[in-house]
Write a protein that binds this ligand. Structure first.
Ligand SMILES: [Cu+2]
Length: 201
C-alpha cells in the first residue's frame, strides 16, 4: 500500500489584503478583455470556474451495484482556487467527494472531504484510486466497462461542468470500496472493510 500524502489545503484567500485583491481582479479583467474575441463570456466578473478548470483522463470504475468511483485530473488555469461544491450523476443516487487517509491501525480508509475538494489556482487536483476520488453511492444500475458515465461537477461559483468518463475494470485499489467484485480478500484484518462505507442515503 503506497503512502498517500494528504495535503490539507486551507484556502486563505480572504487573508489577502484588499488592495492586493484589487490588483489581482484588475489583472484578471485585463486578461479577459484581451481574449474577449472568442465571444461567450463577456461578463465583467471573472471567468466561471467551469471555464477555468479542464478535466483530463476521467474514468469510472466498473461495478455491478452498490458503489463505484470516478477519477481523473482537474487542472485549474485560473488565478483563484476552485472548490467543487457538489457532484451528481444519473448513474448514482448520491455522490460524495472522498479523500483517502490512514487510520489508527494503518489501514487506508476514505472519508468525505468537508467543504469539497479544491482545485488549486494554477495547479492540478488528481483523483485516483488510493487518493481523492468522487464516490458514486447507491448506483442506479450496473456500470459496465465500455460504457460512459456523465458526471456533473458544480463549483463554488455555481458554474457546472459535465464530464464524460469511460468505464474501466479496475481492482487495484487497496482502500475499502466495499462490494468490490473480484478482490482476493483474505479477511485477515477482521475490521469489516465495508462497514465504514455502509451508508445508505
Ligand atoms: Cu470513497
Amino acid at each position: 500500500m503506497k503512502g498517500t500524502s494528504v495535503t490539507h489545503r486551507t484556502t486563505h484567500s480572504t487573508a489577502r489584503t484588499t488592495s492586493r485583491l484589487g490588483v489581482v481582479l484588475a489583472a484578471a479583467a485585463l486578461g479577459l478583455a484581451g481574449c474577449a474575441s472568442d465571444g461567450a463570456a463577456a461578463d465583467d466578473t471573472d471567468a466561471p470556474a467551469a471555464e477555468e478548470v479542464t478535466v483530463s483522463d476521467a474514468w469510472v470504475k466498473a461495478a455491478d451495484s452498490g458503489m463505484s468511483a470516478a477519477f481523473g485530473e482537474l487542472t485549474n488555469t485560473g488565478a483563484e482556487d476552485v472548490t467543487i461544491t457538489s457532484v451528481s450523476t444519473e448513474a448514482a443516487a448520491m455522490v460524495e467527494q472522498h479523500e483517502t487517509v490512514e487510520n489508527e491501525t494503518g489501514e487506508m480508509t476514505m472519508r468525505e472531504v468537508e467543504g469539497g475538494l479544491v482545485v488549486p489556482a494554477g495547479g492540478t487536483l488528481v483523483l485516483e484510486p488510493g487518493g481523492n476520488h468522487l464516490m458514486l453511492m447507491d448506483l442506479t444500475g450496473p456500470i459496465e466497462a465500455g460504457e460512459e458515465v456523465t458526471v456533473t461537477l458544480t463549483y463554488a461559483d455555481g458554474s457546472t461542468a459535465d464530464l464524460t468518463a469511460p468505464v474501466k475494470d479496475y481492482s487495484g485499489a487497496n482502500e475499502s470500496y466495499g462490494g468490490g467484485s473480484d478482490h482476493d480478500h483474505e479477511d485477515a484484518d477482521g475490521t469489516g472493510d465495508s462497514d465504514d462505507m455502509d451508508m445508505e442515503g
